[in-house]
Design a binder for this molecule. Sequence first.
Ligand code: FMN
Length: 389
Amino acid sequence: MSLLFEPGKIGNMELKNRFVRSATVELLCTEEGRVTDVYLKAYERLAKGGVALIIPGNYVVNPLGHNYPKAPTVDKDEVIEDLRRVVSVVHEHGAKIVGQLNHAGRQADPKLIGAKPVAPSPVRDKMSFVKPRQMTEDEIEKTINEFGEGARRVKEAGFDGVQIHAAHGYLINQFLSGYTNRRKDQWGGSIENRMRFLVEIFQAIRSRVGPEYPILVKINAEDFAKTGVHPEECVVHCKKLDELGIAAIEVSGGIAEKGLNTIKGDLPMELFLEGRGPVERLMVRMMEGSLKKSAAFEEGYFLSQAATVKRNVKVPVLAVGGMRTRKKMEEVLESGQADFISLCRPFIRQPNLVKLLERDDGDPISCTSCNHCSVEILFHKKSMRCYKT
Ligand SMILES: Cc1cc2nc3c(=O)[nH]c(=O)nc-3n(C[C@H](O)[C@H](O)[C@H](O)COP(=O)(O)O)c2cc1C
């Protein structure tokens, strides 16, 4: 039997195969972040489709950390009842579910949060032009606790684990990165200091969820910024997390201001320009070349970085980013480059793709990474579905 369908384990979590649905912003909740029937249906469809582990789109730990509307915020106990309904539909169909915790920091949407976004340092984002406000030490401590409390709520709702979002240019990544973290206090400077925020978040979560509960992380191997996180630094981060007791590491890359490195594929330019004013259109046109370069696709575009992490840690590694063919996915598992295959865009198009792969010897994945979904969901804030025409 193909290794893809062999059971696997993350911490104490038994998984029926090696497929993970990587975290995906859905915009399927109400404006107030309440779970809807459409949201539940989307998760039921995924669970029925045979994937072993599902990671919903980031649950924000504080309203200041929102980057997308219509998503649950895990900052109050009332959210637990809603999340229980999500867990229930997923468990009913034999899949496991892990809640991703996030704070967008300087990548938060100012219109959505009604305030100036916060960050380790006031470094302007060259894509959104947002100049964030530097967090005080009190705010840093408070945010660490909010991640801990968010994890407690996710556990109380019955989730099988939590994933710390330390990738994609969001707040934790901003602390890790020398590009966005210019602090001179205990939270900045040396790699140990820049890592302190993540380490303390891990500890705040662990102290609330107990020693056995799986805590996963999604982390950047590369920010694609000159003084940002690079693979050697990422190995240091991952070794530390391994030592602390992380259950699994999903290796990704890219920050919003550096283009489409996270979601490589086509750049549907006309769609990307839709709804923008003349000045913005001109700016985007000027960046077209570098945006296209950042989007250049090759299958498994973070695989070499995942394999590097895998060689340096004891825990399972999830490969994410452009995995599209059965041959490649089998090769990854057989060669030991990673332990799980994590997919996002293919599941938007085909929530049942694991069943299709199980049934069929060929390559049923029809996602072409056209990025119509990315532009419509992430930029135009439309709800999750395949927008390929
Ligand atoms: C519409 C969309 C929403 C996403 N939302 C999240 C998210 O909430 N959290 C996260 O860690 N990554 C998010 N990602 C990134 C994916 O999880 C994944 O890392 C990336 O799409 C590469 O995988 P793929 O090539 O299989 O799509 C999102 C990507 C897309 C296209």
